[in-house]
Design a protein around this ligand. Sequence first.
Ligand SMILES: *Cc1c(COP(=O)(O)O)cnc(C)c1O
Length: 392
Amino acid sequence: MQFSEAQRIKNLPPYLFARIEQLIAQKKAAGVDVISLGIGDPDLPTPEHIIEELSREARNPANHQYPSSVGMLEYRQAVAGWYKRRFGVELDPRTEVVTLIGSKEGIAHLPWCYLDPGDPVLVPDPGYPVYAGSSILAGAVPYYMKLRPEKGFLPDFADIPAEVAKKAKVMFLNYPNNPTGAVAEEAFFSEAIAFAKEFAILVCHDAAYTEVAFDGYRPISFLQVPGAREVGIEFGSLSKTFNMTGWRIGWAVGNTFAVEALGRLKSNIDSGQFNAIQKAAIAGLEGPLDSLKEVNEIYRQRRDMLVDGLNSLGWRLEKPKATFYVWAPVPAGYTSASFAEALLEKAGVVITPGTGYGAAGEGYFRMSLTVPTGRLKEAIARIKSNIGPVRF
Ligand SMILES: *Cc1c(COP(=O)(O)O)cnc(C)c1O
């Protein structure tokens, strides 16, 4: 029997990557050697000392019972320690840190804490699809802040109509940015804080990529900026930093009221993350960080190969300073969708069309650096022989 779905899920677009995975499976079943640059999921393993700690802690019966929904104090202390060492930011682990089952979980639940049906929510376009999706589930109405190349893919707050700003209660931001690879500096965050104060908006900064950066560049935390914790929280995660996307462990830090509200909501929904995983995450946050340098060097080599390769075919891309994404315009004569289709059909290369991240992603596509250089070289060779030189 097929049951009639609730309106809130009927309004929800299918999750972008679920569809891409389906397409890849179809091509593979047809015998195509697919090169997938579509999904941003690190291909390198979690560092050994973190895995060791999990295996040890998994054997401890004390960890087999329900965890706390807001997380172990010890883990929250480790997150506070990380913020102190990495960003020079002091956090109270009891009131300013909540454990998340991956940052996506917190991002998806946050709108339930602050958005009533019909409330506008400020969402970057293009942007990580969870901001709009979770807001729509809560009944809120996304107002899309366009990220334009001439503004460095930062939203222009002057574009937001006063009547929207007055009613909006939440704004999502994400730097280093998925999908554009753009970065933000203190001046931009200061502007965001001033805007948020003026209109009483909670800034939710998604900082999943602060540790994936190149050429000596060190992304900042939103919370480093004066006034940030009065108006904002920051979502963080071990997923991209330590190649732990499968482990599901992250945090939200900052504004005490928002941290408490998210914890209260979570206590009604989940029972927290497995303590052994939190213990292993502590080993990551407090342990040796050599793997970060090594992994970033691998991404840098891939980035250079991919960007130089595309530029040799007619693109004029700059190398992103952070994230493992390359965001590129589609050649003349294509839309995002038709270019993605042409690449898959003619070259067996999967990319994500920019429109998967919002209407403003039209004219762009995203490639992920989570495959070995040999495969990137092969992808460039296939684009060269099957798509040919391009114009813009
Ligand atoms: C990968 C990613 C996340 C989060 O990941 P979790 O695994 O849920 O911690 C959050 N935001 C963006 C923009 C991402 O790309």
